[in-house]
Design a protein around this ligand. Structure first.
Ligand code: AMP
Length: 397
């Protein structure tokens, strides 16, 4: 039983072919720079890395190339695409869908209606689905939404303090993102605690280039930091996170930028990159901490916004059993974890500093000590596995 998980970005396509009998990865890879100069496919299979450098004009060509790589004699792992039981697509914005969906005409129509909610990401997701439908008519497509896990938030958490018809007419509400990741690591944390997830209060910190934090009570999300779009919440690699909305008008007046330029600026030129002035990558920032004041400030600000949200979610949950760090920075930056955790000792939290310093690119690790009242875990996320599991479940295969 094999599922091909597909994650289309605006100019990229990541994929993983999973064997769902044992949840192992058979092959994976990345198509980069679609419709740009220097496009290529990097395909990892049979313990080797294969590179295909050629012009790839669109996502449809990218998918054809991936399917060729998966089936060709030299690089392939299956004899024909009919061995693939389903395509599982990562889909950024599912509006108010609370679970994955099998793609049919009606679902496709609703996805297209919701494109305006995620104009940067959704068009590429749709092209990816349509390309699969064209190339492999008999293989079902399932969409798994980044937003679905957060649909359990109560109204008081997801509504903004504006007249309610802005929600009913314009769909303006908090949706939240990275849902598959928050779901995966909270379930893993419950397993590590040896508890039924229904009896747990967990705060998950997905800190990568994009970052969000969720408060999860009994396995259900009750609040999350990203909002109507992934621009909200904590400070990120290139995104500002929360700021006073009046700043937007002021920036526009001062710079002469239009609204698109200003939104682009807040998404692409702010966060670690904007404050440090030289990099959005936390590795560069950490390296420069001792010599560069701007790097120091950028890191301090990011850690501070994360600490504030974790602490507020301990209040939202009226207590917390476990705090989980995941994604590129959460899994690999002991400095960030230390900054955050050292401000949470009032919760009765204790952790092993040496173990924290050593926990970089490791499997799931518990950082908390025996006496700690709150468990602390670093858990590598696995969004592809969640997508494949949900695809399998909904298709009952
Ligand atoms: P993600 O979006 O989850 O892929 O995370 C990407 C980010 O993880 C990069 O921008 C880096 O800042 C960060 N990252 C990856 N490896 C490390 C590391 N060893 N130390 C600190 N940050 C890292």
């Amino acid at each position: 039983m094999k599922i091909l998980v597909i994650n289309c970005g605006s100019s990229s396509l990541k994929y993983q072919l999973l064997n769902m009998i044992d949840e192992s990865v058979i092959a994976k890879g990345l198509v980069e720079r679609i419709n740009l100069e220097g496009s290529m496919l990097t395909h990892k299979a049979k313990g080797q890395v294969f590179e295909f450098k050629e012009q790839i004009k669109n996502h449809s060509e990218a998918i054809k190339l991936v399917l060729n790589a998966l089936t060709s004699e030299e690089t392939g792992v299956i004899k024909s695409i009919s061995e693939i039981n389903a395509f599982g697509h990562r889909y950024v914005h599912g509006g108010e869908y609370n679970s994955a969906k099998i793609v049919n005409d009606e679902v496709m129509k609703e996805l297209k209606e919701n494109v305006e909610l995620a104009p940067l990401h959704a068009p590429a997701n749709i092209i990816g689905i349509e390309a699969c439908q064209q190339i492999a008519k008999d293989i079902p497509n399932v969409v798994v939404f980044d937003t679905a896990f957060h649909q359990t938030m109560p109204k008081k958490a997801y509504m903004y303090a504006i007249p309610q018809h802005f929600y009913t007419e314009y769909k303006i509400r908090k949706y939240g993102f990275h849902g598959t990741s928050h779901k995966f690591v909270s379930e893993e944390a419950a397993k590590l605690m040896g508890k039924d997830i229904k009896d747990t209060k967990i705060i998950t910190c997905h800190i990568g280039n994009g970052a969000s934090i969720s408060a999860i009570n009994g396995g259900k999300c009750v609040d999350t930091t990203m909002g109507f779009t992934p621009l909200a919440g904590v400070m990120m690699g290139t995104r500002s996170g929360d700021l006073d909305p009046s700043i937007i008008e002021h920036i526009m007046k001062k710079t002469g930028w239009n609204i698109q330029e200003t939104t682009q600026f807040l998404n692409k030129q702010c966060g670690l990159l904007g404050v440090s002035g030289f990099s959005s990558d936390s590795r560069d920032i950490t390296e420069a901490l001792k010599t560069n004041e701007n790097a120091k400030l950028a890191m301090e600000m990011m850690d501070y916004t994360i600490t504030k949200h974790v602490a507020s979610y301990a209040g939202v949950l009226n207590g917390v059993d476990a705090i989980v760090f995941t994604a590129g920075i959460g899994e690999n930056s002991p400095e960030l974890r230390e900054d955050v955790l050292d401000n949470l000792t009032y919760l009765g939290l204790e952790y092993d500093k040496k173990l924290n310093a050593e926990t970089v690119r490791k499997p799931a690790t518990e950082l908390s000590t025996k006496n700690s009242k709150v468990k602390v875990y670093v858990i590598p996320t696995n969004e592809e596995l969640v997508i494949a599991r949900e695809t399998k479940e909904i298709l009952k295969i």
